[in-house]
Ligand binder design. Structure first.
Ligand code: DAH
Length: 339
């Protein structure tokens, strides 16, 4: 029995040496020292020993158990340390590896331009007003002195929803909405989306954007209009920019003008962008027609006002050198990333 015990010890010590992970070690512990382990089984057989040998063998068995337990403990610590070492090695961070570049979104050029224009007009004391894209026929046309038979009402240009309701063709109805609910002084711009049944090409889109301006107060003159538009043009296109008013006709203003800015690309010399004229048309404007003021319950003998309307898409394209309006609506990420 003594021999058998010594042999178990020797075999166990050797076997333990060969183990390399903690799971195996646990399995080994159960097999050797557990309730059904080899050592236990041997000890169970002690009953068959002569009584005087029992204590001696018992003591030896306990010594072997203690030795094995101690060795197991040591081995456990060793394996745990090795496992930790390995994990740390695997998890080391190489701080010299280049970082991942997160793909940041960008503002759409129209949004950037609109933000810039809003800043300019807010700086001049304007408020921002908004109105619905689905509009009454009467606000889009009638109130703006565009009578029933005016060519602008042609179904060719206007998306009608029914006889009285349409997709607004310009931001001018926001003038009406503002004047109907607010008494002068009024000083607003109204940016927004507008719709016209136009065929798509490099300069036309059935959806585009306008910014309307409206100032109504006592003693407002065309000089105020010129001053505001001059400041605006210089801030957008550069301090050397000049503005030019050309007589024009709009039903809702009298007198009316189309406003050109000197071409920022050739500085008035003439180039492809300005069709070799040195000037670029950017907006329509004028003094608010007395009939429009009257419609909104504002006395034209007491108050006067000016209004203007510009195409945001056109100004954006001029500013960023974009030569096709369709690019603004296609949302091609390769295009949008450039701004
Ligand atoms: N509503 C006009 C258009 O869409 C633009 C415009 C011209 C607006 C002159 C105005 C204005 O307020 O005074 O063509």
């Amino acid at each position: 029995m003594r021999e058998k015990l010594e042999q178990i010890k020797k075999k166990a010590m050797e076997a333990m040496e060969a183990l390399h992970d903690l799971d195996q070690l646990e399995e080994f512990r159960v097999k050797t020292l557990g309730k059904k382990g080899e050592l236990t089984l041997v000890l169970r057989g002690m009953g068959s020993l002569p009584p005087q040998e029992r204590p001696v063998i018992g003591q030896l068995a306990n010594e072997i158990r203690t030795a094995l337990e101690k060795a197991l403990g040591k081995k456990t610590v060793e394996l745990k340390e090795a496992a930790l070492e390995k994990r740390l090695e695997e998890e080391t961070i190489d701080v010299t590896i280049p970082g991942k570049q997160p793909d940041l979104g960008k503002l759409h050029p129209l949004t950037k331009m609109l933000n810039e224009l809003e800043e300019i007009f807010l700086g001049m004391g304007f408020d921002i007003a908004e109105g619905p894209e689905i509009e009454w026929d009467s606000y889009n046309f009638e109130a703006l002195n565009i009578p029933q038979n005016h060519p602008a009402r042609d179904v060719q240009d206007t998306f009608y929803i029914n006889d009285n309701i349409l997709l607004r063709t310009h931001t001018s109805p926001v003038q009406i909405r503002t004047m109907l609910k607010q008494k002068p002084p009024i000083k607003i711009i109204c940016p927004g989306r507008v719709y016209r049944s136009d065929a798509v090409d490099a300069t036309h889109s059935p959806i585009f954007h306008q910014i309307e301006g409206l100032v109504v107060d006592k003693n407002i003159t065309m000089g105020d209009l010129k001053g505001v538009l001059d400041v605006f043009a210089k801030q957008v296109f550069g301090q050397e920019t000049k503005t030019k008013f050309r007589p024009h006709h709009f039903p809702f203003t009298e007198p009316s003008a189309e406003v050109d800015v000197s071409c920022a690309i050739c500085r008035g010399e003439g180039c492809r962008v300005c069709s070799h004229t040195g000037w670029i048309e950017i907006l329509g404007a004028g003094m608010v027609h007395p009939k429009v003021l009257e419609y909104c319950g504002i006395d034209p003998k007491v108050y006067s006002g000016f209004a203007f309307g510009m195409g945001l898409d056109r100004i954006t394209n001029l500013k960023y050198g974009i030569d096709d309006i369709r690019l603004l609506f296609e949302n091609d990420i390769r295009f949008l990333k450039q701004f």
